[in-house]
Ligand binder design. Sequence first.
Ligand code: FES
Ligand SMILES: [Fe+2]
Length: 432
Amino acid sequence: MSEHCASQIDKLIEADRVHRDVYTAPGIFDLEMARIFGRSWIWIGHASQVASIGDFVTTRIGRQPVIMVRHGDGQIKVLINRCRHRGVRLCALDRGNTKQFRCPYHGWTYRTDGTLLTEPLRDVFAKDFDLDEERMGLTKVARVDSYRGFVFANLTPGGADLMPNLGPMKAGIDDICDRAPEGEIAFTGGGFKQQFDANWKFWVENMIDLDHPRFAHVAASSAARGMEPGSDYVTARAANRVLNAFGASSEFWNKTGVWANGDGHGYMGSLAPGAEPDGDIYLRYKAALEEKHGPERAQEILNVSRHNNLLYPNFNFQTSFQHVKIVDPITVDHSEVRIFAFQMKGAPEEMNRDAIVYLNTVQSPASIIQSDDFDIYERQQQGLTAQGSDWVYFARGAEGDVAEDDGGFRAVGTSELPMRKQFQAWRALMTE
Ligand code: FES
Ligand SMILES: [Fe+2]
């Protein structure tokens, strides 16, 4: 992206529409990697994924491959996953446990704090070549911080700290953790990964787009409507609940409400505000929560009404069906989504099992819901190559935004408020 193009960014964003170049121009994508993913707090993982010394997971910050690892001193390190010799991506596994990372090319080996441990032919390097274990160690990501086990990293040394950036989204993380009777969640398994041929922002917009389910997911929702939980079609209680909701009217979705702020963060209300599921599993769960906190505090925790929480630019987390997901931009028209279920410590085992069945049904590569969304993203990317109409519109509900005390805005569920705020944040980051 040339400086000339950077100065044109402002022209691509208007109050209720954006130019198609924001999804299709490779130069814009490169600038996003530097200015958005290079300067934002990006979710790296959860402390429970690296519970023991030597545990690691690999992930990305934008296009940067990184490793999160628990070092021998108990601290979590976030390192750039790139051998300092000739650039090999050092660790190719999604997760594991190790004492050290050895490069498969010429054997340079690093400790789990990134320092260089050995270089096999150290003696034959030029005498003045610097093989200092710190200076030639793995590059450390500039800033790492965490909140209630959620680890975030930022490639830039300066700028806002994590907590001010989370702002009102902190309450979403509290909601997730507080709902676990023991006050903690744990990521104990792996996750799903799937790629699609479209720009990453289509996925971000879709996280709080409440007017699409009744159209995009009509096949699954109409088949599920009226079916009993436990039927052959849908074996999960949770999946059955959501599939029925997907077929609901715009009045239903409007009632859930949406919230968003100028940092691009947002959330939607619960799919069934105020309604408590009945049945033995839920009653056991509620009893565990009450035992821990007393009935009043337990009810306060259950009254929080949030479904999808979007932490801009690329992280979504959800209490109701116990999972988080993240989109990684790869090229301007290719992206990868990763999805992980978490367990609520102290909750009935059936709830944790339901979360996995829900993800299989709704969010896996073989799902009957997410596949609809991926098809839509790819068709958006294809459609935006068309000549003659350059703008993409987010005008739905534009006159109904209500300012809130927390600096955000609220609107009915089918409003395109979240996308308008995402592009307000996008423009600010891209032009600062
Ligand atoms: S590239 Fe890693 S040791 Fe040579
Ligand atoms: Fe969808």
